[in-house]
Every structure is written in C-alpha cells, then in structure tokens.
Write a protein of this length. Structure first.
Length: 197
C-alpha cells in the first residue's frame, strides 16, 4: 500500500511543475519554503476593482496555502494587497471565496478561476454566494456593462497544448484542431485529400 504522504508529495511536486509552466508576466508564481512547496506568493498582474467608485489596481499580490490534508482539503488564496479586491467572491479580509473544490482540480485551474474573478469576468462570479455582501449592489448594477466588466481582458496563461492535432480517418473528412497560446482552440474540418500530410 502506498503511503498517503508519498502520494501527496508527488502531487505537490507535479503541481509545482504545472504552476511553473504558467508562471509569467500575467500571473507570477514564487514558491515559498522548501520542496514539496505548500505555499506560494502569487502576483496577478491584472487590472481589478478595489472600490465601487470604481477604483482600480493593476496588480494584486496573494498567498496560496496548501493544507496538510490536500488534495482532499482545498487550498486557500488570500490577497496581501490592501484594500482587497472589490468583488462579490472576495471577502473583505482578502480571502478568495473559491466556490466548490474537487480534489481532482489542479492548482493551475484554481488560480485561473481566481484570476477570472479579479478580471471581473461575469461568467464566473457567483453573487448568490457573496463573500462581500457590500459588493453585490455594485455587481448587479454593472454586470452587463461591457465598459466596466470585465475590467481586464488579457488572455490568461494556460498549460501549453500542441499547436495542431490532426485526426485522419480513411473515407472521412480530416479534422484539424489548431491552437496558439494567445487564442482559444479553433477546429477546422478540411475536405479529404489523397495526401496524408
């Protein structure tokens, strides 16, 4: 039987490698302590609201902490920048209300969801489970105002995927999935050719 601590450490090491793959100018990730890392400083270089004026900040520094019972227990993300983000899903003490946690979710996906709330992406906010009740009226008044929301439209980093995947089957169309790091995947169905390239 495999030692649960060994499995946890393996998962933490894999999570670290994935986090370093998205580490860059939009989301800066710095491990704290010794491997396997249980704490990170995460700088989101994302324009976000910090008051209903609206007032903005271009960078938010957070601390990501992984609990002892991870992955069963959810990680926590707390803004160290003050004031905290002005969003229905960020507590006024700076803690992000992440919604649900599934132990299969990766830390990359977890940070991606947090980044989308910092961008005030209307598709991810949950005003019905408001951590910041004071922000609900602002959210409801502005959620459909495309000049305000989202307040940052940069493309968020994702794990690298192959630029092109081709599926070719005899007597059927050729399907090509093309993706560049800057855009969403695009699927083209190409006419069948006698060429296998």
């Amino acid at each position: 039987m495999t030692d649960p601590r060994e499995l946890r450490n393996k998962r933490l090491n894999n999570e670290y490698r994935e986090l370093m793959r998205i580490n860059g100018s939009v989301i800066r990730i710095e491990p704290i302590g010794n491997a396997p890392y249980e704490k990170y400083r995460v700088t989101f270089n994302i324009r976000t609201f910090i008051s209903p004026a609206p007032t903005y900040r271009n960078s938010t520094v957070c601390e990501l902490t992984i609990p002892a019972n991870y992955p069963v227990g959810a990680p926590t993300l707390v803004s160290k920048s003050t004031p905290p983000p002005w969003h229905v899903n960020w507590w006024q003490n700076g803690k992000w209300c992440f919604g649900g946690w599934n132990k299969e979710e990766s830390l990359v996906n977890y940070l991606h969801r947090a980044a989308r709330t910092l961008q005030n992406d209307p598709d991810i906010a949950n005003p019905y489970s408001a951590a910041n009740g004071s922000a609900v009226s602002f959210w409801n008044a502005n959620k459909n105002n495309r000049r305000l929301m989202p307040c940052d439209t940069q493309t968020l980093p994702t794990l690298d995927a192959p630029e092109s995947i081709m599926i070719i089957e005899r007597d059927k169309p050729k399907i090509a999935i093309n993706q560049s790091p800057e855009e969403k995947p695009k699927i083209d169905i190409l006419p069948r050719s006698s060429d296998c390239s």
